[in-house]
Design a protein around this ligand. Structure first.
Ligand SMILES: Cc1ncc(COP(=O)(O)O)c(C=O)c1O
Length: 486
């Protein structure tokens, strides 16, 4: 494919774009229980207006784009006050939870390098339920993640195991508030106290829960302490593009003081161009997401967010109660916020998901990992709340429908192949492609029904899964061929 010789007209262009979207997830109807945090048309229109107003401004240089600096400092101040920060709290606006986490991990690494001259490969201790972004961070930063188990009924971090995992190279302990898989808050007070006792840093991943948990507490829910007011917590991340409903590309990372935050920055005067001082990973960046985040915080306001939270808490209680009444399903742990995971000892949840999704829902599979069985994940957003009763009704019907559903032949075949090749690195790409084709995955597409694929992935050890997913993703990102017109 080539850049078209002549530009296309506007109408054709947008009709093509509309066409491209046809196969996408139809979240606009409110029946998608993941990915999207839709606050409704009125709030969305304010976000869009602020975003496009600042679309072309560049936050690369806060001395030239003074408004970007002002917006960022105001957003950080609002977030710090929301999360128990004090007068010394500082922070930055980032592109998302992953970037906030990468920056917090880099800060811990460089802080330790300065203070511990004999440091080996720096390590962070992460419970098995902590977000994959921590694994990505250590991968990028040449560090190591030491994974510890969680309690097998509450799915909260096991503090004794974290204590055991600390070595001379440990630079940071991680706690989640909440963890994505089960929506629970780790024992942050105990983890932070342990970190303080050992003279290391403690990061709280509040990407998912940081914004909504304080509102749940104000509404009477029993929310454990988790923020910067907890002694020993040295940094916290919170996404605004989740339950603050900002446009995607909006998160903050906050630190107890500016001395610690200095390890986050990157400065470079050793080249021929402009002097580069980056607070975050991105260098040139649109001010759009920041302006949209500032706008939504100011437009919805504290009372508006409390009202959204009231709807979310009410929907969560109905869903948890409703699922507990369905014979054969069990809720995993006691969700501390509007994220719910449920499993079954009687039916195959992957078939249940296929059945539900064939009725127009999108509910998400979570594979079994460590003490967490295969399960269904629901993230409850404002646009979902009107669908609670309909979801429970369909769940009841679909559970009955999939009782006795059989495992496909693919799983048995994969088991045999696995027994023959125990080392994932010994498999070449073409064998993996064959395995994917056997599962009905070729040309980048996934079959409508994915239970067999999920079952297959569920039984593979993580290293095997990672090899297979890499192969799949690499195929997916294949440019259209030379002769193909746009
Ligand atoms: C607890 C938690 N941390 C971090 C992240 C990563 O956030 P992002 O997808 O914005 O990079 C997520 C995303 O869902 C999350 O739930």
């Amino acid at each position: 494919m080539k850049i078209p010789a002549k530009g296309k007209n506007r109408d054709d262009l947008f009709s093509t774009l509309t066409d491209y979207r046809k196969g996408d997830n139809s979240w606009q109807d409110g029946r998608t229980w993941a990915y999207v945090f839709d606050p409704g048309e009125d709030v969305a229109s304010v976000i869009k207006q602020a975003y496009t107003m600042f679309l072309s401004d560049n936050a690369l240089d806060p001395t030239e784009f003074r408004s970007a600096l002002r917006l960022e400092n105001e957003v950080v101040a609002m977030c710090a006050s929301h999360l128990g920060g004090g007068p010394k709290t500082v922070g930055n606006f980032t592109s998302g939870g992953t970037e906030s986490i990468i920056l917090a991990v880099k800060t811990a690494r460089d802080h330790a390098r300065k203070h511990k001259p004999n440091l080996g490969v720096p390590e962070i201790v992460v419970p098995s339920t902590a977000h994959a972004a921590f694994h990505k961070a250590v991968h990028y930063l040449g560090m190591k993640a030491v994974v510890t188990p969680v309690d097998h009924t509450t799915f909260k971090a096991d503090v004794a195991a974290m204590r055991e995992a600390i070595t001379d190279n440990t630079v940071m302990l991680v706690a989640s508030a909440v963890s994505y898989p089960h929506g629970v808050v780790d024992p942050v007070e105990e983890i932070a106290a342990l970190a303080a006792e050992r003279g290391i840093l403690c990061h709280v991943d509040g990407c998912m829960g940081g914004f909504v948990l304080p509102y749940f507490r104000r509404l009477g829910a029993d929310v454990p302490a988790f923020d910067l007011s907890v002694p020993g917590v040295t940094s916290i991340s919170m996404d605004l593009h989740k339950f603050a409903y900002a446009a995607k590309g909006a998160s903050v990372v906050l630190y107890r003081d500016s001395e610690l935050r200095k390890h986050q920055f990157f400065t470079c005067a050793s080249w021929a161009g402009y002097t580069m001082i980056n607070a975050t990973v991105q260098s040139s960046k649109s001010v759009g997401p920041l302006a949209a985040a500032w706008a939504v915080l100011n437009y919805v306001g504290d009372e508006g967010y409390l009202e959204f939270a009231r709807q979310l808490l009410d929907a969560t209680r109905k869903i948890v109660g409703g699922i507990r009444e369905i014979d054969g399903l069990r809720v995993l742990g006691e969700p501390d916020m509007n994220l719910v995971a449920f499993a079954s000892d009687e039916i195959n949840v992957f078939h249940l998901i296929d059945e539900m999704n064939s009725r127009g829902w999108y509910i998400q599979p979570q594979l079994g990992h460590a003490d967490s069985p295969p399960n269904v994940h629901l993230t409850i957003a404002p646009s979902n709340t009107r669908w609670v009763e309909a979801l429970l009704k369909d769940l009841r019907e679909c559970v009955d429908k999939v009782r006795g559903a059989k495992t496909g032949p693919l799983v048995a075949m994969a088991q045999q192949a696995l027994a023959a090749i125990p080392d994932p690195n010994a498999i070449d790409g073409s064998m993996l492609k064959q395995l994917l084709a056997m599962a009905g995955i070729s040309g980048g597409g996934l079959p409508e029904r994915k239970a067999d694929i999920n079952e297959l992935l569920n039984l593979l050890p993580p290293a095997f899964k990672e090899r297979l997913l890499l192969e799949f993703m690499s195929d997916l990102f294949t440019p259209p061929s030379e002769g193909q017109a746009s």
